[in-house]
Design a binder for this molecule. Structure first.
Ligand code: ADP
Ligand code: ZN
Ligand code: ZN
Length: 719
């Protein structure tokens, strides 16, 4: 409609649009329209010179306004007629998340919609919907038939369940949850999810289910199992994915299928917690302990925590599953907590736990990478046609070039990080800012040409191992195949899958990689997993480092000997090369005793008032200078002190503001970074204070012009 036509704007619509909270726009903007629109309706509105996507959250008759608006109201541009409005539960979820994580509703809501929605017109979306609808209806018939007729037939899964699985499924059916499914790797948790989903869908053929996994890498494997189980009954268009590895068009299609209620099962990464799923009946959070459920930029939400909230909103059941639950969830599932803990202690097929073997690196020659006993064990596996995995902590292992004469190292000129040597193109690359340069021929400080490697990357280990094993090839009568998998080797799409499938197929003898290979992958012929140097996880400024290390090693141990059927296979072993073999993490690991580990760790956390016994929020700032960043945070700290002593509603709140400190990685891309931690025994009090702090922080921000970025991270996962 032309802009200058006189429009009867007798209704005022409140609309959320994308605007960060710091931008100082109030949460909803007002636009005029000829009629009221349903809450949750998607519209397009003018914003300055741009046309942007918006969500209607309220319609008010102009005649009922308390006072006439003091500015000229603009009409909205168009309405997405073909789309159902977003549900009130979805809006409530977004509203909660925005409050909790200190963002604007508009930012939270709009960034949760598929990006392509912003650029398509109503007509284009309608066309997509029609196309989708046609595809879908052709399979829907199958679905309805399958669902209605099969009620009395045997289950879709012909499998007989283990006693543990039966017990757990009974509890899930009978109780309301939330459930924490604490089950060994290989105890059949995934099977439990699938059967729980099956019974939900049989009860209500129109129900929808959300399954979340922590990483994109894990979606293909799980989707394959979901398809195998459900495709024939539900039709292929009822199973959709949602993650950032999909194209914008794929994401929009999947989003529409879920939003219009056609997708029965949505499988995705953390972002899928914000999918519009109007008939959501169950949420599964697999590997719930995984730190990837926390978004690390923008709105820093925890998809696992939001899953609990969303399930309550929607009256859906939620299952968190893990062999090494987060200590937060573990604590919540103690008798005093709100979750119901379900146990699965037995591995399917009676597969044994890996035997834990510690190598005391204090007794090995200096600079040993692969100790002699480990090398012998690797050789034995090679002879037995079994596979091994060597696991590296990502941290501390980047290959960094050092001058052997003066000690100069290849520091990035923009960051407080060292550049990493990439052999393929002989470049030095900063893994933080991406800055790339060539390897110098000689040391820029002392001109000596004796430049060598400090620390080891997966690439280096791969080479080193090939050297160590080479004398052995003759005896074996064939070449030994070592494959490296890390963030660099898998940059190109699909290559992780390809590399892993070569390993699955037995084309590779030894896999060398970072934590990404320890997660969730189901390798059948692996009988040995070795952590080359896990010690950096024992001592860290981050109190969660031991928890992460323990989980990683438990998962890694679970990779070994998954197949109870393979009798001729050597017994599975988990090797740990450490300078601290008596550390209590390793003693708990020896018996795969997560419960003991959790008990010890929670005791320590209680004494130190750490989460889950306190709530935290981290305020971070980035600026041109460290001093500037710290001054900004100090001003905020002073404001906290003032609120606590003078603001009526905050006096008596127990919130503690720690000192302002530089971040662990202090400089990134020429930006100095600092942080300040807030902590309180009461989540509610901390939330209250953060809310109060918001406006003063805007004012402080204006006075500190050299601050480039700042953010509040509620429940930070990395300190
Ligand atoms: P988890 O998710 O706990 O690691 P899975 O569900 O993947 O465990 O099960 C481990 C293996 O055991 C898989 O190969 C799975 O197909 C198989 N499995 C699971 N439940 C059963 C069962 N009841 N009977 C036979 N095999 C099963
Ligand atoms: Zn030098
Ligand atoms: Zn850099």
């Amino acid at each position: 409609m032309p802009d200058n036509s006189p429009l009867d704007m007798s209704w005022i619509l409140s609309v959320w649009i994308q605007s960060p909270r710091h931008a100082n726009l109030s949460d909803a903007l007002s636009y005029g329209w000829t009629q009221a629109l349903p809450v949750g309706q998607l519209v397009r509105v003018p914003m300055g010179a741009r046309h942007v996507l918006g969500i209607v959250v309220k319609s008010t008759a102009r005649s009922e306004l308390d006072q006439e608006l003091g500015y000229q109201i603009k009409p909205i541009l168009s309405v997405f007629e073909g789309l159902d409005p977003l549900s009130s539960n979805w809006l409530a979820l977004v509203e909660f998340a925005a409050h909790y994580y200190q963002r604007s509703m508009g930012e939270m809501a709009l960034s949760a919609l598929p990006p392509q929605m912003r650029s398509l017109t109503d007509e284009q979306i309608q066309k997509k919907l029609q196309k989708w609808q046609r595809k879908f209806t052709s399979t829907q018939v199958v679905q309805e038939k399958a669902l209605t007729q099969e009620k009395d037939l045997p289950p879709w899964s012909p499998r007989s369940l283990s006693p543990d699985q039966q017990q757990v499924l009974k509890s899930i059916a009978a109780d309301t949850g939330p459930f924490l499914l604490f089950g060994q790797t290989g105890s059949g948790k995934t099977e439990v999810y699938l059967q729980a989903i099956e019974s939900v869908l049989k009860q209500n053929p129109k129900a929808q289910v959300l399954i979340m996994v922590p990483e994109i890498n894990l979606t293909p494997q799980l989707m394959a199992r979901v398809k195998e189980r459900f495709e024939e009954h539900l039709g292929q268009h009822s199973l959709v994915c949602q993650h950032s590895g999909m194209t914008p068009a794929q994401r929009l299609n999947a989003w529409l299928a879920a939003h219009q209620g056609q997708a029965s099962i949505v499988l995705g990464t953390r972002m899928s917690i914000f999918m519009s799923i109007p008939r959501l009946a169950m949420i599964v959070v697999d590997e719930e302990h995984d730190a990837s459920y926390k978004q690390q930029e923008g709105s820093r939400y925890s998809a696992r925590d939001l899953a609990i909230y969303r399930a309550r909103l929607e009256g859906a059941k939620v299952i968190l599953g893990s062999a090494t639950p987060s200590l937060e969830s573990w604590h919540q599932s103690e008798p005093t907590g709100k979750y119901q803990r379900l146990y699965m202690n037995q591995k399917i097929g009676g597969a044994a736990h890996a035997k834990v073997i510690r190598v005391d690196m204090n007794h090995q020659p200096r600079n040993t990478i692969v100790s002699a006993p480990l090398l012998q064990a690797l050789k034995a596996r090679l002879l037995g046609h079994e596979q091994s995995i060597l696991l590296l902590n990502r941290r501390g292992y980047a290959p960094i070039i050092q001058c052997n004469s003066c000690g100069w190292m290849t520091q990035c000129s923009h960051c407080s990080a060292y550049k990493v040597f990439h052999k393929l193109d002989r470049s030095l690359r900063c893994h933080h800012c991406g800055h790339t340069s060539r390897v110098p021929a000689s040391c820029p400080v002392c001109a000596d040409q004796d430049l060598g490697m400090l620390g080891l990357g997966t690439q280096k280990i791969e080479e080193h191992l090939a050297q160590l094993l080479q004398p052995f090839e003759e005896e074996l009568g064939r070449p030994i195949r070592v494959q490296r998998v890390d963030a660099d080797s898998t940059k190109t799409k699909d290559s992780l899958e390809q590399q892993l499938s070569a390993f699955h197929a037995g084309e590779v003898d030894i896999l060398v990689g970072t934590q990404m290979i320890a997660k969730g992958h189901d390798f059948r012929r692996v009988s040995l997993v070795a952590a080359i140097d896990p010690d950096s996880g024992l001592f860290s400024s981050d109190f969660r480092a031991p928890e992460r290390l323990f989980a990683l090693l438990m998962q890694a141990g679970g990779r070994a000997g998954r197949d109870g059927q393979m009798n001729e296979q050597s017994s599975p072993e988990l090797w740990i090369q450490t300078r601290h073999p008596k550390h209590k993490i390793f003693t708990a690991l020896k018996t795969f005793d997560y419960e003991q580990f959790a008990k010890d760790e929670l005791e320590e956390r209680t004494l130190a008032n750490m989460p889950p016994f306190s709530a935290q929020a981290l305020i971070r700032a980035e600026g041109k200078t460290q001093e500037g960043a710290q001054l900004f945070l100090s001003a905020i700290k002073a404001c906290v002190t003032e609120l606590l002593s003078q603001d009526e509603s905050c006096v008596g709140c127990e919130v503690f503001a720690y000192s302002v400190v530089p971040m662990a990685l202090r400089r990134v891309a020429n930006m100095e970074r600092a942080q300040m931690l807030l902590e309180s025994p009461s989540r509610a009090q901390l939330q209250h204070l953060l809310g109060k702090l918001h406006e003063p922080m805007q004012a402080i921000r204006k006075k500190h012009k050299d601050i480039v970025r700042w953010a509040i991270d509620v429940d930070p996962q990395q300190l």
